[in-house]
Design a protein around this ligand. Structure first.
Ligand code: ZN
Length: 171
């Protein structure tokens, strides 16, 4: 397994729409292992393939707490098939927008269809943190970031800050 460099805001790669995966094979499984390794190293609780520069519809999540046994989840071609009317608010962060957190309101429950790491069709009814995390990561597959769900003023401030940081790094 290899730790991959993370794509950071304002890299336009993050705005790409990822393509569906046609075949679940050993290469794809290796990519999911690299994604998990990269996520654990960061550390984070979710990562979409585009965040390591691969525009394919796959994401990984692990919501286990520190000291608990790891619970890696791999979602291939995930699709939200229903979302609840009731909503919940979580303070979100993103490995592509390091050290920035903001409250985001989303549907409290979602049903997601996907293929697992073996390519088997699965469906999960998620609530709580898993529901939020799945929506955040599926957004990535569509080129959407969590800062798109906050006020325009706040979003512009974050983008400005990261653009400045990226420029000073380039020098
Ligand atoms: Zn993210």
């Amino acid at each position: 397994m290899t730790i991959k460099p993370l794509i950071i805001l304002p890299d336009p790669v993050l705005r790409q729409v990822s393509k569906p995966i046609e075949r679940v094979d050993a290469d794809l499984q290796r990519l999911s292992d690299d994604m998990l390794e990269t996520m654990y190293d960061a550390p984070g609780i979710g990562l979409a393939a585009i965040q390591i520069g691969v525009p394919r519809r796959m994401l990984v999540i692990d919501l286990s707490k520190e000291g608990e046994e790891k619970q890696p989840l791999v979602f291939i071609n995930p699709e939200i098939v229903s979302s609840s009317e009731d909503r919940s608010v979580y303070e979100e962060g993103c490995l592509s927008i390091p050290d920035y957190y903001a409250e985001v309101e989303r549907p409290a429950k979602v049903t997601v269809k996907y293929l697992d790491r073996e390519g088997k069709e699965q469906s999960v009814e998620a609530d709580g943190l898993l529901a939020t995390c799945l929506q955040h990561e599926i957004d990535h597959l569509n080129g959407v970031l969590f800062i798109d769900h906050i006020s325009r003023l706040k979003r512009e401030m974050v983008i400005k800050k990261f653009t400045k940081a990226a420029k000073s790094k380039a020098l």
